[in-house]
Write a protein that binds this ligand. Structure first.
Ligand code: ATP
Length: 278
């Protein structure tokens, strides 16, 4: 894709976001000097339920962070706040230095557990849904960007296919391309592979890593799957049970490509599992 096309469809972002060095253990706020995503003392309550209580998290540019925690600890709530779907909360959440309540969430892309595709639309149209609202999806730069994303997620040749002609893994890749169409500063993934069988899941995980490495996107992945978290992420943030708060942070300081059976990886899996109290 040409840089001209990028310029036409990419929203402007705030200046001055530099990569920073993650450090780790139990102090998620100290991980980055100038984070792309900054969560400070996040508190969220639904009537009598305290879902999140004082969550701190800082994610560096191009970092891949996984969030794990017991059922009901507030993982989905956290993503809903980050993506601007929950406007009422305590504390501060900023993307590229802009509060999510002041438009910071515009710089966030989201991939859900279910692909949530439009049945009547083909792959190209489904990906185009993720383009900025002021971009004409029929314009040549937009079409070029969409086709580039379709290629990035490995679906060349399927641009005119409809969702019922795709496998579950392929449909989830359409959802990933749609999440990237806005060229987000942060891509949020809410258990994107949990509905897939084991082999498809492993393929999709590797595919996500390829896309992450190729596009340099900052990723926050919520998952129940400790193996997935440790295999994919630079850091695993472990939330405590309800109300959710950060119980510990485990650095995964292992070069990629990683071997799922690697002894160090297995040891880190145990560390995360222990932190979860399983
Ligand atoms: N819209 C809502 N109204 C009332 N309570 C809610 C709402 N959404 C979530 N909750 C409550 O907030 C808490 C956190 O829910 P959330 O779905 O964020 O947890 P989770 O960690 O994603 O759970 P799971 O792993 O089971 O998907 C739970 O007690 C849940 O019942």
């Amino acid at each position: 894709m040409s840089s001209d096309a990028d310029a036409d469809v990419t929203p402007s972002s705030a200046d001055g976001v530099d990569a920073a060095t993650p450090t780790g253990e139990a102090d998620p706020d100290s991980s980055t000097a100038d984070p792309v995503l900054a969560v400070d003392d996040l508190r969220k309550r639904y009537d009598d339920t305290v879902a999140l209580d004082g969550v701190d998290l800082a994610v560096a540019d191009e970092e891949f962070v996984a969030v794990v925690g017991p059922s009901g600890c507030g993982k989905s709530t956290l993503l809903r706040v980050l993506s601007g779907l929950e406007a009422e909360f305590g504390g501060r959440v900023a993307v590229d230095g802009t509060d999510v309540r002041d438009g910071g969430s515009d710089a966030v892309g989201m991939v859900f557990q279910e692909p949530r595709l439009l049945d009547w639309a083909d792959v190209r149209e489904n990906v185009a849904v993720g383009l900025p609202s002021d971009v004409d999806p029929a314009s040549p730069p937009a079409r070029e960007r969409v086709d580039d994303l379709i290629e990035t997620v490995g679906l060349d040749g399927f641009a005119e296919s409809r969702p019922d002609e795709l496998s579950g893994g392929m449909a989830q890749r359409v959802s990933l391309a749609r999440g990237l169409a806005y060229d987000p500063s942060v891509l949020l993934l809410d258990e994107p592979f949990s509905a897939l069988d084991r082999l498809t899941k492993a393929d999709q995980q590797d595919h996500l890593l390829d896309v992450w490495e190729e596009r340099g996107t900052t990723v926050v992945l919520v998952t129940h799957d400790v193996e997935e978290a440790v295999y994919l992420a630079d850091r695993v943030v472990v939330l405590s049970g309800q109300p959710g708060t950060v119980a510990s942070v485990v650095d995964v300081d292992i070069d990629r490509p990683r071997d799922r059976a690697d002894a160090d990886l297995v040891a880190l899996r145990r560390e995360v599992t222990d932190a979860l109290g399983r």
